[in-house]
Write a protein of this length. Sequence first.
Length: 267
Amino acid sequence: MTQISDSEFGLFQRFIHDAAGISLSEAKKALVGGRLARRLAACRVNSYAEYFRLVMSGDAPQERQTALDLLTTNETYFFREPKHFEFLKKQLAQRGPRATAFRAWSAAGSTGEEAYSIAMLLADRLAEQPWEVVASDISARVLERARIGHYTLQRLTHFPPGYLQRFCLKGIDTQEGTLLIDRQLRNKVRFLQVNLNAQLPALGQFDVIFLRNVLIYFNLATKRKVVERVLTTLKPGGWLFIGHSESLNEVSEAVELVAPAIYRRIS
């Protein structure tokens, strides 16, 4: 396999920063080379520099999206960071029976496990009360996977008891070892392609936003801009969840920390 050079890696560092605001450290060089290697063969080019020129030329517009997808996809799984879901469960228990529709946003939703985890909890705890989950990602490829809702059973480590039977169909025969999210639940989740580093579409207001494990890829200036944009869609008093390796120190004064990686909007 052709090795990606330092100068070629620099080209894709600038590409992903300009497109999505993501800052790739030097430690990501091998990851970038590995993820893009198959595209060199598919596009019949001989180097990463030549592939970069193809991506930027405009002659193959879909290839730009493909490169973006490959460089922004993150691994995730159902009910990741369970204490966040326990916190949300307690908040839902305090809602009155005539409360307005509860809206949640999975803002870096990847392949959909987070969004469907939120949807299962809302379906379980809100009974007949109205609710909606919006899930977004910059990658068109992972959004297509998310809409289908088909996963391997290896993703089930933190599933609450009974949720598999209530909200999923377990694969048999050729689909053994997989699950499919029930259609009724899938229909309650709306998937959108959104770049958090650009002006947001009209999303409405949310009671809770999951912005987890994405801020680590941004520098401080970009973090501030992204969080400012996201907070315009969060109701005062609403909850913002980030990853446990992340912090909003020096990022925003519009929120207060109430639990590890959980913030409340105060203004």
